[in-house]
Structure formats: structure tokens, C-alpha cells
Design a protein around this ligand. Structure first.
Ligand code: GRG
Length: 304
């Protein structure tokens, strides 16, 4: 089945189903009661359950499914991805970074709990993520070697060579990039690395072959770029109600973005092209990765 037949999966229904499963698991693993200090968990839960799309856990589930595995196997990794993503949002909103007041439709963590507590909530979520990767049942079902490789993959995507390093490049660029190559590098590390990792972690822990993993990596890279271009576009065209955060903040902060560098229409074309490249990358997968194809289209068409 090629990418056209693959579009048969309803991205909305798929997202809803696996986002709900990931959220259920997160609720169990970051409990409301019983874990101490209770206030620490309450502050972590404040950001975690503020209503994100859960795109990274869902991509992880779809990556597993694309290699013929049951996505239930990879749910601890899917939760780990969401914990790291949420920590990055909490820290990104801090006064020392973007200094934002609104995130996921609610006041940012530091506005409610204070800066120190918000930093610690991010630290707690990041650390918890690697605890989740050590889940015994996942190691039994996926195999310990694949879990070890998955920990390495996640650390690479989240850390200095990936998201954290991309954030530094972004801060240092201060809105003045030398051209499209530098902007793509910032996006590839800051946002793309975790999107790519989400898909690849699912495939790896689902037992994917080397060929399948190469296809997932290419898909994740192009879908990650499409995601960030669309994020830049939405920051210009979206409303705070749609986005759950301030609109127009990139321009206000003088950030380097696709619309700032290429203009809106060219940015939309580049997002569509990246999506087409993501779809083309799925052809070596058995069955053509229908859920991943639907999610790539969702990434480009989303309004929030
Ligand atoms: C602070 C270490 C550190 C890293 C920050 C990811 C990131 C790096 C910052 C977030 C800033 C930002 C808005 C980046 C644009 C792309 C992005 C990650 C958007 C938010 O992701 P969504 O749309 O959010 O998946 P939800 O809330 O739906 O999970």
C-alpha cells in the first residue's frame, strides 16, 4: 500500500485513541496521590495535564505499529517523550528564556508556582523520563538491548546535540541567522530531533529492521521540519485561543523563523514539500505506515 492508500487512517481518531492511552499511563506513572513530596508531583502534573496534543507519544505508537508491533509495548517510552517535551516547554517559558505567561491555555508554571519550583518541575520531569525508560515490562517485551539503544537515542535527541543544543543556537542567534541553512539546523536540533526520536523509538522498541529504521528516521526528520515550519506559521496566523499561548510572540521576540526568512506563502510551500518527503520515506515499510502518513498530513493541516 502506497502513501495514497495509507491516508485511509483518520489522523484525528488515531491521535485521540493513542493520546488517551498515553495520558492514562502518564496518570498512573505521575500519580496525584501517594508520591512524595506531594507538592513536587502536583507542580509537575500542572504542566503535564494542561492539555497538550500528545503528538510525540502518538508518533511513538505509530512508529511501533509501522513495524508490525503492538503500540502498547512502547507506552512507557511514549510517556518518557511527553515528560521531556513538557519539561522543555516549562523551561522555555521561564523569564531567562522566552518569558511567556500562557502555555497550553493556562498560566505558565513559573507564573503560578514561582521560578524555582518551575525549574525543579522541569528537572523532575526530565529525570522521570529516564526512569520510565527503565520499565521492566518494556525491557522484557522489547528486549534489553533495544531499550539500552533507545535510552541512548532519547538522550541524544533531548540533550546537547539535540533539543538543548538547538535551544542554545536559537538563543545565540537572537533572531539573526545567516540564512536558510542555519535556520534549518536550529529547527532540526531544537524541535526536529525529538519528533524524529519519537517515531524511531517506537520502531526500535517495536523490533523494526535496519531498513525500517532508516525509513522511520527519514520520515521523522522531514515530518519534524514540517512541524516546526507550521509552528512558525501558526505563530503568525493563529490566535491565542487556538494556540493556548501568545500569538505573534516570535516576531515580538525578534526570532528567526521560516515566515521571517522566506515569507508566509513560501513557508507554506516548504511545509507541504517536507510533508511530501515524509510520505515518500514510508514506502519501504510493510503496509506503507498508514498511521504515520495520516499524522504527517495532520502536522501540516493542524491549526493548534
Ligand atoms: C528549554 C531545553 C529547552 C528546550 C526548549 C522545544 C523547545 C526547546 C522549546 C519550545 C518552544 C517552542 C514553542 C518551540 C516550537 C515547537 C514546539 C515544541 C511547539 C510545542 O509543541 P506542541 O505543539 O505542544 O506539540 P503541545 O502543547 O501540543 O504538546
Amino acid at each position: 500500500m502506497g502513501p495514497d492508500a495509507a491516508s485511509a487512517v483518520d489522523a484525528g481518531a488515531y491521535l485521540e485513541r493513542w493520546a488517551a492511552r498515553a495520558e492514562e499511563e502518564l496518570g498512573r506513572r505521575v500519580p496525584e496521590r501517594g508520591a512524595e513530596p506531594a507538592e513536587m508531583y502536583r507542580i509537575m502534573r500542572y504542566s503535564l495535564f494542561a492539555g497538550g496534543k500528545r503528538l510525540r507519544p502518538v508518533l511513538c505508537a505509530a512508529g511501533a505499529e509501522a513495524v508490525g508491533a503492538d503500540p502498547e509495548i512502547v507506552l512507557p517510552a511514549a510517556c518518557a517523550l511527553e515528560c521531556i517535551h513538557t519539561y522543555s516547554l516549562v523551561h522555555d517559558d521561564l523569564p531567562a528564556m522566552d518569558d511567556d505567561d500562557l502555555r497550553r491555555g493556562v498560566p505558565t508554571s513559573h507564573k503560578v508556582h514561582g521560578e524555582g519550583a518551575a525549574i525543579l518541575a522541569g528537572d523532575g520531569l526530565l529525570t522521570l523520563a529516564f526512569g520510565l525508560m527503565a520499565d521492566g515490562e518494556m525491557a522484557r517485551r522489547a528486549g534489553p538491548e533495544r531499550v539500552i539503544e533507545g535510552v541512548r537515542m532519547l538522550a541524544g535527541a533531548a540533550g546537547a546535540s539535540g533539543m538543548v543544543g538547538g535551544q542554545l543556537l536559537d538563543i545565540r542567534a537572537g533572531g539573526k541567522v545567516s540564512g536558510p541553512r542555519e535556520l534549518e539546523e536550529i529547527h532540526r536540533r531544537k524541535t526536529g530531533a525529538m519528533i524524529r526520536c519519537s517515531v524511531c523509538l517506537g520502531g526500535l522498541l517495536g523490533g523494526g529492521s535496519q531498513e525500517a529504521m532508516a525509513a522511520l528516521a527519514r520520515y521523522g526528520e522531514r515530518a519534524g521540519l514540517a512541524f516546526q515550519i507550521v509552528d512558525d506559521i501558526l505563530n503568525v496566523e493563529g490566535s491565542p485561543e487556538q494556540l493556548g499561548k501568545a500569538a505573534g510572540s516570535d516576531a515580538a521576540h525578534g526570532k528567526a523563523t521560516y515566515p521571517a526568512l522566506h515569507g508566509l506563502e513560501a513557508s507554506k510551500r516548504l511545509a507541504r514539500e517536507a510533508c511530501e518527503e515524509a510520505l515518500a520515506a514510508l514506502s519501504p515499510l510493510p503496509g506503507g505506515g498508514p498511521a504515520l502518513a495520516a499524522l504527517a498530513r495532520f502536522i501540516v493541516l493542524r491549526r493548534s
